[in-house]
Design a protein around this ligand. Structure first.
Ligand code: ADP
Length: 180
């Protein structure tokens, strides 16, 4: 299997849109092909490298900056970085695009009502009830800016997980980011 080195696949979208699900499947498929991949999950990073940060806009942007800086180092070392982070602002995504030479932006698009219904982690319920720790929750009390120029849009309310993953892989092959 061959690839151009130095790519980051960056997933953005609302909570519950499907970023983690698709990112993990993509990583699994690539690892089975012996592809060097590091998966960066926003929630996990919040418990480690960003454990000192909260969820205000300023702190979110700081968190995104750290994730982007880590992705830059990983991809520049020849490993594919896959980042699954809500990244709700154009500013944070623009920073990532600026520092990461080869960044492929995946917009995991799903209407808010569907995400709320999924409520995979029960976070929407907590945000609506204004529970402690959920004072700034994307689309409930804090905005989500749709990306203006994503490299692909996956409509996860209309596609199955397999369809979304296959659509993404086809596009990554087309762009010669992966080749197998
Ligand atoms: P996020 O990481 O964006 O917060 P998750 O991946 O944790 O979201 O949760 C998304 C939920 O939506 C999962 O339960 C998943 O099975 C479901 N889902 C339904 N269709 C899709 C799809 N096409 N792609 C990704 N997830 C989907």
């Amino acid at each position: 299997m061959k690839t151009k080195i130095g790519w980051t696949i960056w997933f953005t979208g609302l909570h519950g849109a499907g970023k983690t699900t698709i990112a993990k499947k993509l990583a699994d498929i690539l690892r089975k092909k012996n592809f060097p991949v590091i998966l960066l999950d926003g929630d996990e990073l919040r418990r480690s490298v960003s454990s000192d940060l909260g969820y205000s806009l300023d702190e979110r942007n700081k968190h995104m900056k750290r994730v982007a800086d880590v992705c830059k180092v990983i991809s520049e070392n020849g490993i594919l970085a896959i980042a699954s982070v809500a990244s709700p602002t154009e500013k944070s995504r623009a920073y990532a695009r600026q520092v990461i030479k080869n960044m492929f932006l995946v917009y995991v698009k799903c209407p808010l009502d569907v995400c709320e219904k999924r409520d995979v982690k029960g976070h929407y319920k907590k945000a609506k009830e204004r529970k402690k720790g959920f004072e700034y929750f994307i689309s409930i009390s804090s905005g989500y800016e749709e990306p203006k120029s994503p490299d692909i849009i996956l409509n996860t309310d209309k596609e199955s997980v397999e369809e979304s993953v296959n659509k993404l892989i086809t596009k990554l092959k087309e762009k010669r980011i992966i080749n197998f």
